[in-house]
Design a protein around this ligand. Structure first.
Ligand code: URA
Length: 193
């Protein structure tokens, strides 16, 4: 699948990104995290969540008692969409068509890994898996059982914590994000009990 996705031309984003950034992690993972799309660092490294948002995610996972090496981590869209601002490549949000074009890869990842819990990180992942009307601000932490047997839940995207307006807001948002992941960890333990 990774090899097939490397040549994906289902939307135009392949021309924008350096490479397809496929999901990675344990294929027998009970937990799958779904972000939006690779960022600048991920696009260059070819791996999800290895840049600044990844550092926030790592910190919160550790606080929540979740070992990243046991998790499967992927994105709703697998190419980096950006626009040039001087020498910098600024993130651009993927649109509905791009999210839909990439959806078969995500569906297949879920089918193959068969996680017990899938966590959508932010609005784009929610749009892909829970629909356009889903509101992370109102519905974070709720559990949505799926016909395939897993549950989907949602929390904020770690990059929203990087954008917090001041250190106090950042601390509060980090605490809430960690708390959401703690609930996920408890849910996983309840499933295996
Ligand atoms: N943001 C995402 O949504 N995914 C990544 O892999 C990195 C940053």
């Amino acid at each position: 699948m990774r090899a097939a996705a490397a040549g994906c031309r289902a939307c135009d984003l392949w021309e924008c990104g350096t490479q397809t950034v496929f999901g990675e992690g344990s294929q027998s993972s009970e937990l799958m995290l779904v972000g939006e799309q690779p960022g600048d660092k991920e696009d260059l490294a070819g791996r999800p969540f290895v840049g600044p948002a990844g550092r926030i995610l790592d910190e919160a996972l550790k606080e929540a008692g979740i070992d990243r090496s046991t998790v499967y981590i992927t994105n709703a869209v697998k190419h980096f969409k950006w626009e040039a601002r001087g020498k910098r490549r600024l993130h651009k949000r993927p649109d509905s068509r791009e999210i839909a074009a990439c959806r078969p890869w995500l569906d297949r990842e879920i089918e193959l890994v068969q996680p017990k819990v899938v966590v959508c990180l932010g609005a784009t992942a929610c749009q892909a898996l829970l629909g356009r009307t889903f509101k992370v601000t109102k519905q974070r932490g709720e559990l949505f059982p799926q016909p395939a047997g897993h549950v989907i839940t949602a929390t904020v995207h770690p990059s929203s914590i990087l954008r917090a307006r001041d250190p106090a807001a950042r601390e509060a948002e980090m605490k809430a994000f960690t708390e959401d992941l703690r609930l996920v960890e408890r849910q996983l333990r309840a499933f295996s009990a």
